[in-house]
Design a binder for this molecule. Structure first.
Ligand code: ZN
Length: 141
């Protein structure tokens, strides 16, 4: 289960693929930023974290339930993750970054997720550039 917490998890790859298809370009795991955000939109000053529902305790999500055995252990361990997430988010926001958490479970609804991400990020630069190129081409021809 340790792998779930690492970089390049399956939900993360799905989110990256989705963003790419929508026309966004981004950097990955920028270690200069607090919490080393999974996906970084430098020019927009926005970051996205893809969080596992269990490890990061997605509130109200059925995947996030703490196991019935060793409750004290898990409560403490997962509580530390939640605290760390919150302080990293605060640190990023203090540096002027907008932070968006994508929960693992939302990847199952890619259409909704795409709309949420577009609302957060704004117009993709790549798509708008190609639209501009198209109108210029139409004008020239
Ligand atoms: Zn969830």
């Amino acid at each position: 289960m340790a792998a779930i917490r690492g970089k390049n998890t399956k939900p993360e790859l799905l989110v990256r693929r989705l963003l790419h298809r929508l026309g966004y370009r981004f950097r990955l795991h920028d270690r200069r930023l607090p919490g080393k955000p999974d996906i970084v939109f430098q020019a927009r000053r926005k970051v996205v974290f893809v969080h596992g529902c269990f490890w990061h305790q997605h509130e109200g999500c059925r995947v996030s339930h703490i196991p019935k055995s060793r409750i004290a252990y898990w409560t403490e361990k997962l509580g530390r993750n939640v605290d760390r997430d919150a302080s990293q988010k605060r640190a990023l926001e203090q540096e002027g970054w907008a932070v968006r958490i994508v929960w693992e479970c939302s990847v199952r609804r890619p259409h909704d997720l795409a709309q949420e991400l577009q609302a957060f990020l704004g117009e993709p630069r790549f798509a708008s550039r190609s639209a501009k190129a198209k109108t210029e081409w139409q004008r020239a021809n």
